[in-house]
Design a binder for this molecule. Sequence first.
Ligand code: FE
Length: 156
Amino acid sequence: MASGDAKVEKSEQQWREQLTPAQYEVLRKAGTEPPFSGDYVYNKASGDYRCAACGAMLFAADTKFDSGTGWPSFTEPAIAEAVELRPENSLFMRRTEVVCRTCGGHLGHVFDDGPGPTGERYCINSLALSFEPTEARAEGAGEDDAGVTSAGEPAG
Ligand code: FE
């Protein structure tokens, strides 16, 4: 698999301008946010997790699970092609880096101790993600604050 086939290419200067310093450190420098520090660790809302750098759809909320690690964890990407997996071997450990295929941004790592049928655990930095909640559905959400009362009805 060829690396460097990113569809969104920007200079480091452009990324620095677009991203916050913390996002830049994770996405462009392969940094790792401290555990339990991210915005999405405990997020259970339904919606889409997109790349914080390029907006590509990466993970669906219904694949998210509580791994107890302190990082958002998913059983699989929304679309396999959305991410690129890169073997990362060091003296100390062997693991697999997860990169956004669209922009080449570092997202996190994938491990093989996940709970689902795939057995995979995508351990992703909140800083690399942008959560887009599912729009309020027609089935009753938001009815409480509609506050509709019929005109002319006796008040109490
Ligand atoms: Fe991206």
